[in-house]
Design a protein around this ligand. Structure first.
Ligand code: 6PG
Length: 479
């Protein structure tokens, strides 16, 4: 046995991760794929890499030094279970199986428990950065046991992206913690993308600029506080001309957004945890709305406002959009971190939120300057209950809020959908409110279902005898 790490599943992500591993000093990489051709292709295309090809699970296990460590890079769901079952057959107690796919964290919790029974370690690791990240340095979010981290830590540190000298990987927490954090990363990714799309739409409809001209706006924004990978690639996409028609590419792409499910998982999980991730939810629903052509077709004739968007000062308008985007982005991240905090409490994970923000600074899809500010906020106050109340964000929101409000009202007034902008603002105002109409909802619940309420002026739980003489009585707490 000569390989210190193995990769199972040699589609693009798996091959690139294997190449990344092989390119780092000290690693020898065993590679295995269900069909032999992918393994042969990889070996042939990369003679420079020190791969140890295996053509059966037995061979794969035999080529790995102990504790054997293998990263699975196959489709989430049944294919992952099938590979785990095969590896368990040939691995021994103390060995480590890493699932590097986008698994649902509850599957990871289940698998970790089942695999642990055999004495083998199972680590669910979120890996972000797409194909390029896998090859040159992804952001890695591993869960699993402390024991497996001892072996895995140095290997993952060797291949992760580096931000300000620090590798973008940390032991996030036990069992499913890594995949949970990766799920929320993707939810934030959805929100960020939707916000950028809304900004583009408003600028286009408000100023009449061409996609190529708007690309310059995004390129400019990328030099400021919005600097991020997603803003950078937005400029690239908007600049692209379609070879077949000569049109901007964005104008010939069908406007129906796909989704593989991680955004929906983030929202479903948040709903069960009771965490209001409204920006992420709107972003996910906006993709759903776009993808129902039959509904959109029968709806285009619905009445809209008499006047479209009228912009007098395009530069001022664009600056307003930029500020609305920045403020809404702060909300999206704040909501995402809230979900991680709530998930950690629910599943008994110790998650260092500052460390999470640091490993997102490079390698991953949501990488941005901005993550440094989040890291600062958690450095200053690790148990910060609401991220956006950190001084830096309070200042930024204060600076942005007037523009944010103008953009949300302008979009409503002119009939341009900006669901993520407007729901983020509503969340912000909801948080700020000293009193919420939730009091009325409690009254309604008590009226029709005797669900009881609490009072602001004394402890205890109360019920009004609505169908009797309407006096108030003390009651059992039913929530
Ligand atoms: C990443 C990406 C990656 C994948 C998304 C795409 O972090 O590298 O998030 O995991 O590209 O899952 O998601 P949708 O297909 O749902 O947009």
């Amino acid at each position: 046995a000569t390989a210190n790490i193995g990769v199972v599943g040699l589609a693009v992500m798996g091959s690139n991760l294997a190449r990344n591993l092989a390119s780092r000093e000290g690693n020898t990489v065993a590679v295995f794929n269900r069909s032999r051709s992918k393994t042969d292709e990889l070996i042939e295309a990369h003679p420079e890499a020190e791969f140890v090809p295996a053509f059966s699970y037995e061979q794969f296990a035999a080529s790995l030094t102990k504790p054997r460590t293998a990263v699975i890079m196959v489709k989430a769901g049944r294919p992952t279970d099938a590979v785990i079952d095969s590896l368990i057959e040939v691995f021994e107690p103390g060995d480590i199986i890493v699932d590097g796919g986008n698994a649902l964290f509850t599957d990871t919790i289940r698998r970790e428990k089942a695999v642990r029974e055999t004495g083998i370690n199972f680590v669910g690791a979120g890996i972000s950065g797409g194909e390029e990240g896998a090859l040159n340095g992804p952001s890695i979010m591993p869960g699993g046991s402390d024991e497996s981290w001892v072996t895995l830590g140095p290997i993952l540190r060797s291949i992760a992206a580096v931000a300000e000298g620090e590798p973008c990987v940390t032991h996030v927490g036990h069992d499913g913690a890594g995949h949970f954090v990766k799920m929320v990363h993707n939810g934030i990714e959805y929100a960020d993308m939707q916000l950028i799309a809304e900004a583009y739409d408003l600028i286009r409809r408000g100023t009449g600029k061409t996609p190529a001209e708007i690309a310059e706006v995004f390129a400019e924004w990328n030099r400021g506080e919005l600097e991020s990978y997603l803003i950078e690639i937005t400029a690239e996409v908007l600049r692209q001309t379609d070879a077949a028609t000569g049109q901007p590419l964005v104008d010939v792409i069908l406007d129906q957004a796909g989704a593989k499910g991680t955004g929906a998982w983030t929202v479903q999980t948040a709903l069960s945890l009771g965490v209001p991730v409204s920006g992420i939810a709107e972003a996910t629903f906006a993709r759903s709305l776009s993808s129902h052509p039959e509904q959109r077709e029968v709806s285009t004739g619905l009445p809209g406002p008499a006047e479209g968007l009228q912009v007098e000062d395009p530069d001022a308008f664009i600056e307003d959009v930029r500020l609305a985007l920045y403020a809404s982005k702060i909300v999206a991240y704040s909501q995402g971190f809230d979900e991680i905090r709530a998930g950690a409490a629910e599943y008994d994970w110790t998650i260092d939120l500052g460390a999470v923000s640091k490993i997102w600074r490079a390698g991953c899809i949501i990488r941005a300057q901005f993550l440094n500010r989040i890291a600062d906020a958690y450095d200053a106050q690790p148990d910060l209950p609401v991220l956006l109340t950190a001084p830096y964000f309070v200042e930024a929101l204060g600076r942005a809020q007037a523009a944010w409000r103008r953009i949300v009202s302008t979009s409503a007034h002119s009939g341009i959908p900006a669901p993520a902008f407007s729901s983020s603002l509503a969340y912000y105002d909801g948080l700020r409110a000293e009193r919420l109409p939730a009091a009325l909802i409690q009254g309604q619940r008590d009226f029709f279902g005797a669900h009881t309420y609490k009072r602001i002026d004394k402890p205890g739980t109360f019920h009004t005898l609505w169908s009797g003489d309407r006096t108030e009585i003390e009651a059992e707490d039913t929530h």
